[in-house]
Design a protein around this ligand. Structure first.
Ligand code: ZN
Length: 283
């Protein structure tokens, strides 16, 4: 299943378009996109048995934040060997965790205002929690996952690294610094849930397309099930929570490429579509 937020309403995305979940379920679910995650087991049972109406075409610009009000947003830093190496950080023994504040989440195709000339990209797999829990075992962890998407953990590096102690959560929480989507893909759709491939491509006026990052979650230090297990030893995960799982090598900091007005960055989840953010100067 592919679940989207279409103009603020929960929708199923199929080959030919989108199906409004509230009308297809005769009012049992939706229209609030959070409703399906808050009642994930019930929703799955309904979706398995549902006879769906015809889909209608939609515009990508009508897609909203797939999970617009997660109770918690967790983000993992330094989760790929090649990114640890480029950042000069030793391989971690424990999860490195921060938050992006909820107001920083963005619609997949959001236009991003640049607060400075020090804004970087981090292309990541985003996990959406269905059933919550505390002290979830690694064996059970995937059963707590509603789905995944590709996302950007845009980061203002000056604020992020401002002394005396780094301010990850602030540097990564300007408006629209956490777009993800274009929709949430349920794990049963993934060809291999331990090797999810994704990437990002940059378009600059007058220049050829440039591949910035390609990622494969097979390279994680802490795979999705292990990360959920470890996070939940401390944090009680709640339905609708989202987890940014870290970025592979190729961030702008190491390549000397930071975002400028007029740049367009397209993030792709291999086999499941993409979204594009355009950057504009702060107004
Ligand atoms: Zn990140």
């Amino acid at each position: 299943m592919r679940i989207a937020n279409l103009r603020g309403r929960a929708a199923l995305v199929v080959e030919s378009g989108a199906i409004d979940i509230e009308s297809a379920s005769a009012g049992a679910f939706g229209p609030d996109p959070m409703d399906v995650y808050e009642r994930w087991a019930e929703f799955l049972a309904w979706a398995e048995a549902a006879v769906l109406p015809d889909a209608l075409p939609y515009e990508p610009s009508d897609l909203g934040v797939p999970v617009p009000r997660p109770p918690q947003v967790l983000a993992i830093g330094v989760n790929y060997k090649d990114h640890a190496a480029e950042a000069g950080i030793p391989d971690p023994d424990e999860l490195i965790v921060f938050t992006k504040f909820v107001s920083s989440l963005g619609a997949p195709n959001a236009t991003v205002e640049l607060p400075s000339d020090d804004v970087d990209y981090e292309t990541e797999i985003v996990v959406v929690i269905g059933a919550g829990g505390h002290r979830i075992s690694r064996e059970d962890a995937w059963s707590h996952v509603a789905g995944i998407a590709v996302g950007q953990d845009y980061s203002e590096r000056t604020v992020q690294r401002r002394p005396p102690v780094p301010q990850f959560s602030l540097g990564k929480s300007f408006p629209n610094f956490g777009p993800f989507g274009p929709f949430v893909v349920t794990p049963d759709e993934l060809p291999d849930r331990d090797s999810i491939r994704f990437g990002a491509v940059l378009e600059r006026p007058g220049e050829p397309l440039l591949t910035l990052q390609t990622g494969d979650t097979a390279q994680f230090f802490f795979p999705i099930d292990e990360a959920i297990h470890r996070l939940s030893q401390i944090v009680t995960l709640l339905p609708g929570d989202i987890v940014f799982t870290g970025t592979p090598a190729g961030v702008g900091l190491s390549r000397g490429i930071l975002m400028r007005p007029g740049y367009r960055l397209t993030s792709t989840l291999d086999g499941f579509g993409s979204f594009t953010n355009e950057f504009v100067a702060a107004s």
